[in-house]
Design a protein around this ligand. Structure first.
Ligand SMILES: [Zn+2]
Length: 490
């Protein structure tokens, strides 16, 4: 009896060890394939150099949707474009400006996303020194801000920390400027060499005044003149295409699960970009990477237990609108959605994941990365993060991850004309693909996984972290949450 019991236990142990060893072997095969000479880099070149910048609703964006569907299909997956409605769509049509008064010069500008345009003949108004856009600056300006273009000085941006600081400062500056009755806000570009970029206005689509970024050197010249007492005027002509409730699409591709097809692993990167550059770091690189993870899984005959859904999100830059639309359309599946993972920080090496304040997610990521010996060490940041396509999943309690990547050259090229193919670190991309593959494979096959959080647990997360502060600087996100507009929680 005892003997038989022991033999039985040994058999059980072998049976348990075999799938685990098999899973580790599968992960290593997938990782090795992704580190090899795959079409990944060529895909990124086509998406960026051939198709180009992909602002949602633009012709390039439409071409990119068709390209994404085709590349997944060519990799052997079922794939289609899946529509969603944007509350408001925004594209710049043209933007130009000139300074006059005590000096005359042309100043290149870019409209800030969701800002309104000017009258066709332009908006001509005094240009005033807005300093850093702080309370003290508006106090100094007093009535001088009323009806004026307020020019705000910016530090040179060096890294992602600088980027977050810029977002946070802008959110307050715009609110102050509109209270002060300014005609518009002009930010000095935080990038050198005439580089312009897009940076969403603080109020999102509730914005009612024009806001632009001006090339650094011209803005610097204007600030020096103003500080020397030389009066200036700015004439800016900005035409924007602002559409209410237009339709766009995510690209949704799937490998159906072999044994638990109703349970779904969502893994995504956003296909859209801003249009000044070609969106290589943000976020073509991670789209090409995920297409390759899918391609290599099929090529190696790796059939996951759960369904793996690869999604190229759209409308991310306009407010993570494609992933929001997905959570509304697929609301009935969210209880069975075991993960939504987002990759969106360029091509710097993945050094961990944002695990959203959940110890069970920290533990699971650790297990997922175990089979990969070489690329660590990884440090999980167990905090919630707002700013990419995990947002609605997180607010609905769905287990979610955001890859944390070395900031590398992400900040200086962010949303700018210089975000182009040559900035991509193609070696790191392959290593990142192996890591993404390991995470996908673990969540697709592990026997037990972290579950969905309840509404009370999400509310607790909001109460006990800086989530509200993060939502506040993200163009109307906090207002939407407090009003119950987003996420839609039944
Ligand atoms: Zn992005």
């Amino acid at each position: 009896m005892r003997m038989r019991w022991l033999t039985g236990l040994a058999v059980l142990m072998v049976a348990a060890a075999a799938p685990r060893a098999q899973a580790q072997d599968d992960v290593r095969r997938l990782a090795d394939a992704l580190r090899g000479a795959t079409p990944m880099i060529g895909d990124l070149r086509v998406l960026t150099d051939s198709i180009g910048g992909r602002a949602t609703l633009s012709a390039n964006n439409v071409a990119a949707i068709a390209w994404g569907v085709r590349r997944f299909q060519e990799a052997g997956l079922t794939a289609q474009a899946e529509s969603f409605v944007l509350p408001v769509g925004w594209l710049e049509r043209s933007a130009s400006a000139s300074v006059s008064g005590g000096a005359s010069f042309v100043a290149r500008i870019a409209a800030m996303p969701h800002s309104v345009g000017t009258p066709p003949a332009g908006l001509a108004a005094p240009l005033v020194d807005g300093g850093k856009g702080a309370d003290a600056d508006f106090a100094r300006l007093g009535a001088g801000a009323r009806g004026a273009w307020v020019l705000v000085e910016r530090e040179l941006l060096r890294d992602i920390d600088g980027l977050f600081a810029e977002y946070a400062a802008s959110a307050e500056t715009e609110r102050r400027a509109w209270v002060a009755g300014a005609a518009g806000v002009v930010y000095q570009s935080s990038r050198a060499d005439g580089v312009l970029y897009r940076h969403n206005v603080a109020l999102g689509w509730d914005d009612t005044k024009p806001a632009v970024v001006m090339e650094r050197a011209a803005a610097g010249r204007a600030l020096r003149l103003l500080r020397a007492g030389v009066p200036l005027r700015l004439t800016a002509r900005v035409a924007v295409d602002r559409r209410v409730q237009p339709t766009s699409s995510n690209v949704v591709a799937e490998i159906r699960g072999a044994t638990k097809p109703d349970e779904i692993v969502v893994v995504g990167a956003h296909l859209d970009s801003w249009d000044l550059g070609t969106g290589a770091l943000d976020n073509g690189a991670n789209c090409a990477m995920l297409i390759d993870v899918a391609r290599q899984m099929v090529r190696l005959g790796l059939r996951p237990a759960r369904t793996v859904r690869f999604v190229l999100w759209n409308g991310e830059e306009q407010g993570m609108l494609g992933s929001w639309g997905y959570t509304v359309r697929h609301a009935a599946e969210l209880d069975r959605t075991v993960l939504s993972a987002a990759f969106d920080v360029g091509t710097g090496a993945i050094n961990g994941f944002f695990t959203g304040g959940r110890q069970d997610m920290v533990d699971a990521v650790g297990r997922a990365l175990e089979p990969l010996h070489d690329p660590g060490p990884f440090t999980q940041l167990n905090v919630p993060i707002v700013g990419t396509d995990n947002y609605d999943f997180m607010m609905l309690g769905v287990p979610n991850l955001v890859a944390n990547q070395e900031s590398a050259n992400y900040g200086p090229n962010y949303h700018a004309a210089n975000d182009t193919f040559d900035k991509a670190d193609t070696v790191a991309m392959r290593r990142n693909a192996a890591i993404a593959g390991a995470v996908v494979w673990y969540w697709a096959n592990a026997a037990a996984l972290p579950g969905r959080h309840t509404r009370a647990q999400v509310d607790e997360l909001v109460r006990t972290t800086d989530l509200r502060a993060q939502m506040h600087i993200m163009g109307g996100m906090l207002e939407d949450f407090d009003a119950g507009r987003r996420p839609r929680r039944e």
